[in-house]
Design a protein around this ligand. Structure first.
Ligand code: NAD
Length: 355
């Protein structure tokens, strides 16, 4: 069933399981399908099942882990599995996983028999603070990110940071990029707090996750269809997605996670902001050094840069053939729909390389 409300309720910790169990009692599903990938099957499923209390029959559907599987072939496999297992319009999907599982599972649910209910239980930092919230669902088309999809909210989002105990460090860093983005686009105090934290421990994390979810959910509630304000959440993503796609297809290159590409994209966008919107120079240095300290530097050759700029033509945020950037006049002062000449993008890469 399509959920067009401005946002799904988000619950945390034990409260999340209590709300889930009440919801499942009040909205009895004919069958519950838990969608996992190979890793969340191993690390998260049994802990989750031990907290789930329902009379509805439960089936587990597993997909292969990784962005390279976020495509229509995998959707087909899940739709076939649902069909063979007798799913009907009163069935429900629980997406237990990172952004790949929540994006793909949300899309699968939104299309199956014209839409069945789904609930997101994110298990990566990135999915907790970003992918599972806001109703965007979808899959990649070849190497082009998120080209196929719909906006359709889950019934609720359940966040249990205990899942992060098994998450590898590079995946934690990937999620942190979206958290940093929330600071840059909307709250300088939050940004300063984040860069002051030398190390993230789980206690800080609970607070930070809630703060970031609130920032994202507030923005989405004001502009669910991404006509204006919601576009600010794409800060660093225009170049970030192109970098991510480029590295995904060039197997000789070091593999890059979504957040790592977005982190580089944010440095580049901040440089472009300083050139075109007067973003303060000293803050450009602070943003750049903070991000490079956390993420290191990606090597870009002249040829890489050219191909990455070429790839931006396919960014799904483009309108009327124009590449739209989000830029900042200052921290927490975003501008949307900014056109950026290619020379300035080249200059940004040169700045990044030399810094
Ligand atoms: P992911 O789902 O691929 O998860 C990263 C890796 O961690 C995978 O190998 C996964 O199997 C593993 N994993 C997940 N939970 C684990 C756990 N608790 N312990 C151990 N391993 C675990 O990737 P991601 O970074 O979570 O999400 C990236 C995706 O999210 C991208 O496809 C991106 O486009 C999408 N995204 C969507 C939105 C949105 O608004 N819909 C926003 C941001 C990103």
């Amino acid at each position: 069933m399509a959920n067009t409300s401005p946002g799904a309720p988000v619950f945390y910790g034990q409260d999340a399981y209590d709300n889930l169990n009440v919801y499942l009692t009040e909205n009895k599903a004919s069958q519950i399908f838990i969608l996992v990938d190979s890793n969340t099957h191993n690390y998260c499923l049994s802990a989750f099942m031990s907290k789930l209390h329902t009379d509805s029959p439960i089936e587990v559907i597993e997909i292969e882990a990784g962005e390279e599987n976020k495509n229509l072939d995998t959707c087909n496999q899940v739709w076939n599995a649902l069909s063979e297992l007798g799913a009907d319009r009163k069935s429900m999907i629980l997406n237990l996983g990172g952004g790949v599982v929540t994006d793909l599972g949300g899309f699968v649910a939104s299309c199956f028999k014209r839409g069945i209910s789904y609930i997101n239980i994110p298990t990566t930092l990135l999915a907790m603070v970003d992918a599972s919230v806001g109703g965007k669902t979808g899959v990649d088309l070849g190497n082009l990110k998120n080209q196929i999809g719909v906006i359709n909210n889950s019934q609720m989002v359940l966040i249990d940071s205990a899942f992060l105990n098994s998450l590898p460090a590079n995946e934690m860093r990937s999620g942190l990029a979206e958290i940093l983005k929330h600071g840059l686009i909307s709250d300088e105090g939050y940004w300063n707090k984040l860069i002051a934290l030398a190390d993230l421990n789980l206690e800080d994390l609970d607070e930070i996750i809630e703060e970031s979810v609130k920032i994202k959910a507030d923005i989405v509630a004001q502009d669910p269809e991404e006509k204006n304000l919601r576009k600010t959440l794409n800060y660093g993503h225009t170049l970030g997605h192109a970098i991510e796609s480029y590295f995904l297809t060039h197997t000789t290159k070091k593999s890059l996670l979504h957040g790592e590409a977005v982190a580089a994209g944010m440095v580049l966008a901040t440089y472009i902001s300083s050139t075109l919107k007067g973003f303060p120079q000293e803050k450009l240095k602070q943003v750049t050094s903070s991000i490079l300290n956390m993420y290191g530097k990606i090597e870009f050759s002249q040829g890489d840069i050219q191909e990455i700029i070429e790839l931006m033509k396919y960014d799904k945020k483009n309108e009327y053939g124009k590449i739209n950037f989000v830029l900042l006049e200052d921290i927490a002062k975003p501008h949307i729909d900014c056109l950026v000449p290619n020379e300035v993008i080249f200059d940004a890469f040169i700045f990044y390389r030399k810094f």
